[in-house]
Design a protein around this ligand. Structure first.
Ligand SMILES: C[S@@+](CC[C@H](N)C(=O)[O-])C[C@H]1O[C@@H](n2cnc3c(N)ncnc32)[C@H](O)[C@@H]1O
Length: 293
């Protein structure tokens, strides 16, 4: 049994032809494990289990692949449905996405329903000051800044001059230039500047930049917040890769190290939520700062 397990563990089905190589003698025993490795929609597929042959594995692979595509289409359709119902068209936000695309920025801003979640969290908290790490074209910045009172303040950190320029234009078009500062430079440098300049505590810190630096960003965020502040970190699921401790991707390792910090930090209480939608399969962490620094 152990031998079967080890053989199965080594399998990586990437193509229907790979499935043909599954030795028939193992296929019966391996079905549930292979499905788990594929990580996909086991319930629908298991119902079709009839054969022990390699052909059966090919059929399973194709179904998994098809189900995954269907899943993504469905997630996007449901996102569009809810956005259509709950998030009315917004000239400034829509124009920001158009300007981002026209300037060739990657479409890695938060989805509209995630942007609105950030906005609602800021309103629930009565936030007056927000720090964002990772601006891109300012789409999430606009959602967050709109939750602030007229004398509120949002500082957003961006390393790419082109992104910062597009963001400033988008923020100006949204009428938010008075309360938003786009600070250009490496976030780690900007964060130490903010501390040196005496900024903080911020009511919310939204971390959404380069993922390998997440642990460092979290340490700065903790220094720049107070009891009752929220620290939100985006893209922490990474299509499920976060659960694989052997995954060498620096972004995955960054999220895993961040989780170790969170788990060991008595000054925060945190949770993580998986999400699916127009942006695929990912998720975010929310940490409440429970003690003053
Ligand atoms: C995922 S995008 C931010 C999306 C934005 N929060 C939104 O939802 O509209 C990440 C941004 O972080 C920026 N970034 C990456 N590494 C950075 C660093 N070391 N310092 C500051 N910004 C960085 C990238 O240039 C990119 O614009």
């Amino acid at each position: 049994m152990m031998k079967v397990f080890l053989i199965c563990r080594g399998m990586r089905l990437k193509h229907p032809e790979d499935a043909r190589r599954v030795p028939p003698v193992f296929s019966h025993l391996c079905v549930s494990f292979v499905l788990a490795v594929q990580g996909a929609f086991a319930r629908g597929v298991v119902a079709d289990y009839r054969s022990r042959s390699g052909k059966f594995c090919v059929r399973i692979f194709k179904k998994c692949e098809g189900a995954e595509t269907m899943g993504k289409e469905q997630w996007a359709a449901v996102d569009r449905y809810f956005a259509g119902m709950l998030i009315p068209p917004d000239p400034a936000l829509d124009a920001a996405l158009q300007a981002n695309a026209a300037a060739g920025l990657p479409p890695i801003d938060v989805a509209p329903n995630q942007g609105k979640l950030l906005h609602l969290l800021a309103r629930m908290l009565g936030a007056r000051t927000i720090l964002e790490i990772g601006t891109l074209g300012g789409y999430s910045t606009i959602w967050l800044a709109r939750a602030l009172p007229p004398d509120g303040r949002l500082i957003t950190l961006e390393v790419d001059p082109k992104h910062a320029e597009v963001a400033r234009a988008n923020i100006a078009r949204a009428g938010l230039s008075e309360i938003v500062e786009v600070r250009l430079g490496k976030a780690l440098d900007s964060l130490s500047q903010l501390v040196a300049e005496g900024h903080g505590p911020f009511d919310i810190v939204f971390i959404d930049a380069d993922k390998p630096n997440n642990p460092e960003y979290f340490k700065w965020a903790l220094q720049l917040t107070r009891r009752g502040s929220l620290i939100i970190v985006d893209n922490v699921v990474r299509s499920g890769a976060v659960a694989d401790d052997a995954n060498p991707d620096p972004g995955v390792q960054g999220v895993r190290r961040l989780n170790e910090l969170l788990a060991a930090e008595p000054r925060v209480s945190a949770t993580a939520i998986q999400t699916v939608g127009v942006k695929g399969y990912d998720g975010f962490i929310i940490a409440l700062v429970t003690d003053d620094q």
